[in-house]
Each structure stands twice: as C-alpha cells, then as structure tokens.
Ligand binder design. Structure first.
Ligand SMILES: NC(=O)c1ccc[n+]([C@@H]2O[C@H](COP(=O)([O-])OP(=O)(O)OC[C@H]3O[C@@H](n4cnc5c(N)ncnc54)[C@H](OP(=O)(O)O)[C@@H]3O)[C@@H](O)[C@H]2O)c1
Length: 380
C-alpha cells in the first residue's frame, strides 16, 4: 500500500501542517486518485476562519480541498468507467456533510473520489488546467440544472436552442466561467456581468452581452437588453448579486427564479479583517450580525417581488438525489466528450503558486487576496 502525505488542519485554530496521512482504499463506487494538481476555492480558507459557523460537522484534524486532477491508482467495486493509469479530474467530496471524510479531501497525495464525480481528461489538457474545474463546475451545474434550482434543459454537444436568455451575474468568476459554458451548451443565450478587463474573456466563453457590474446604470441596461426576450431566470454570483438579479428578473418576461451562489449585499468575505486567522475572533460578530440583517432584508425583497430563490449550497448535498443525477450527467455524459472535442474549455486559467503540499498555505493566502478570471492551483 502506498504511503500518503497531506496538508492537515489539526484544529480550526492552527495553521496547516504537512504530515503523513492514512492511505484509504476505495469502497464500492469510488476510485483513488494520485493527485498531480489541486485548486483552491474560497471555502477552503473561509471554513477554518469561521470555526463551527461554516460546515459545523467538520471535526479536526481534517483535510480540506475539493478540486483535483491526477491519475487513477485504484478502482472500487462496481466502477467500470475507469482503469488504473487513467488521467482524470475529480470533485473531492470530503467536506460534504454526508461524506465528512478526511480521506476524501483534495489536499493530499492520494484522495478517495466518488466515481460519478470524476471524468477522464484528454492528453492535451495539463493536470494544472484540469484542476480548475470540478467544484465550480458541479456548483454551476447544480444551480442551472437541478429541479429545485433553475431546472434548465441539460447541456449537450449539439445544443437544442431554447429561445430563452439566462442572466449570469459574475461571469468572470470561476463559477461564472463554468455557468456560461454550460448554459450555452444547454441552448440558452447568456447575458452576464464582469469588470471591463474581462469582457472579451466572458464573450469567448459564449456570453452574448456583458455589462460592468460596478456601474450604477447596469441594472437598467440589463433590463433593457432583456426587452423582447424570454428570461430563463438568473444565477447570482458575487456578494449582493441576488438582490440585483431579483430586480432584473422581476422586470423581465419569464422565469422569476434566482439561484444564489453568494452572500447577500454588504456581507462579503473580502470585508473580513485581513489579519483574521483561523479560530474564533470577536471581530466576526459584526459580520455575523450584518449577515442576519442582510439575509432577512433579502428574503423580504424576494417575497414582495414574487421571486422564488434558493441558495446553491442548500442543494449541493450528497443526499440530494437531484445533485447526484446532475453530477452524473455532467461528469459521465457531457464533460468527457466536450473536453476532448474542445467544445468545453478548462476555465479560468490556473495561476500555479508552487509545487508540493507545502505550498497549499500560499494557495489559500493567494485565493483570499482575490483573483480575477483566474484559479489558484498548486502542482503536486
Ligand atoms: N456550493 C456553493 O454554494 C458555492 C460553490 C463555489 C463557490 N461559491 C461562491 O460563489 C462565488 C464565486 O466563487 P468562485 O470560486 O467562482 O470565485 P472567484 O473566481 O474567486 O471570484 C472572483 C471573481 O468574482 C468576480 N466578482 C467579485 N465580486 C463580484 C460581484 N459583486 N459581482 C460580480 N462579480 C464579482 C470578479 O470579477 P471581475 O474580476 O471581472 O471584477 C472575479 O473574477 C463565491 O461567493 C463563492 O463563495 C458557492
């Protein structure tokens, strides 16, 4: 059996420690991947800072991380899609409440991954490029296709046009980059927002129109752009995006549903003091208070405007059959074909901060400082 090493959070209050970890063999429906690259998501640095307020089921010591790409080294019972030696990407599910397992965290040499949340990658795609996809691909797919979310038509290599237009607020984020491509592949026109430096980027991914979300006139301009179109609803990415998306879908003809990926207005993780480190800190209290006030006023706004809305994090759970079905559609049917044919691109571009598990902390710090149309990646 191989020896394994991981980047551990020993407690929620301690910095990362790189040390040995058990090698866990796959059970039915699982594979083990030897990781060659992992990517960093906001949740990876947010969770330890908030202690038990975010993902309260996590018991330390724990191994974080959701995004990985590497080579299959062992295949569990009943898995027929993969063989030892296959190059794959995978969404590691260890942080999910139903999995809650350090063996399934990405920040280690060997990770157990659910086979239906992994996909083969073409030889032309580097592990670093492939690792940018999994978590935000799954999240975008959940928001767009799950029946308790926007319930859009599934994507395919040859999209059947629906004649409907979707609003994706925050198109240049990692989540938005996947959402734009998935929605276009599902037959929807996409209107999105980004900073002007990323206008060309989101258009290359398939958006038909893009607006600068910093402008005060943007909501009005987007409502005008929807004139004569049927709105398929909105995917809201970025703090405060759900409230503005509600204003837009309210004014447009079509589906009055907002799928929410981010926190309400005036509550952004970016606003946390930069010296806040893992562990309970009294400076979190104003943030939690603002969250409760902003969440209540957002819910009131939805009610008065007749908007249906749901947070994506409420739907991405392993005991949600809809989530598992959507993941199967994406990782088994759609992604392998479209990555190989070039119809789907691994976006955004990776920024590789180093090689080895010792660089995970630098990756968390770089993600926390903020990225623009980029994904922080560590090579292993
Ligand atoms: N399960 C879940 O619910 C789930 C999973 C993954 C992510 N998320 C959430 O989804 C959001 C995006 O995650 P990510 O990993 O994709 O982030 P990311 O790539 O790190 O986000 C950075 C990007 O967000 C854009 N942005 C920042 N604030 C914005 C705003 N107010 N309106 C529109 N765009 C804005 C920036 O665009 P410009 O540079 O063009 O200005 C930048 O490109 C985060 O809030 C994250 O917590 C939720």
């Amino acid at each position: 059996m191989p020896t394994n090493t991981a980047a551990w959070f020993l407690t929620s209050q301690a910095p990362l420690v790189v040390k040995s970890a058990p090698y866990t063999r796959p059970r039915e429906g699982e594979i083990v991947i030897k990781n060659h690259a992992v990517a960093i998501n906001p949740i990876d640095w947010v969770t330890p800072i908030f202690g038990t307020f975010v993902l309260p089921w996590i018991k330390y010591p724990f191994i974080f991380g959701s995004d990985l790409a590497g080579e299959v080294v062992e295949v569990g019972k009943g898995v027929t899609r993969f063989s030892v030696g296959d190059r794959v990407l995978g969404h590691a599910s260890g942080m999910d409440s139903k999995r809650n397992s350090a063996a399934e965290g990405a920040f280690q040499e060997y990770t157990v991954v659910l086979a239906h949340m992994a996909a083969p990658i073409p030889n032309t795609l580097s592990y670093e490029n492939a690792a940018v996809l999994p978590l935000t691909l799954s999240t975008a797919a959940c928001g767009l296709f799950q029946k308790d979310q926007l319930a859009l038509q599934y994507p395919s290599v040859h999209p059947r046009p629906t004649g409907k237009t979707l609003l994706i607020w925050g198109g240049s984020s990692s989540l938005g980059s996947n959402a734009i491509q998935l929605a276009v592949a599902a037959g929807y026109e996409v209107i999105t927002t980004a900073s002007p430096r990323n206008f060309d980027y989101v258009k290359k991914l398939g958006a038909s129109q893009v607006f600068d979300y910093h402008n005060k006139t943007t909501v009005k301009e987007i409502i005008k752009a929807f004139n004569g179109k049927i709105c398929a609803g909105a995917l809201a990415i970025g703090a405060g995006s759900a409230e503005v998306c509600a204003d837009i879908v309210h004014a447009c003809n079509g589906n009055k549903f907002v799928s929410r990926a981010s926190l309400p207005q005036s509550v952004s993780f970016d606003a946390l003091p930069s010296d806040l480190r893992p562990g309970l800190d009294l400076r979190l209290l104003p943030f939690l208070f603002r969250f409760m006030v902003a969440n209540t006023s957002m819910q009131i706004k939805f009610r008065t405007k007749g908007i249906r809305s749901k947070s994506i994090s409420d739907s991405t759970s392993m005991d949600n059959e809809g989530y598992n079905e959507v993941c199967k559609v994406i990782y088994e049917d759609f992604l392998p074909q479209t990555l190989a044919s070039g119809h789907y691109v691994a976006a955004p571009e990776p920024v590789v901060v180093g090689k080895g598990l010792d660089h995970i902390q630098a990756g968390l710090d770089a993600q926390r400082q903020g990225v623009s149309a980029k994904k922080v990646v560590v090579s292993l």
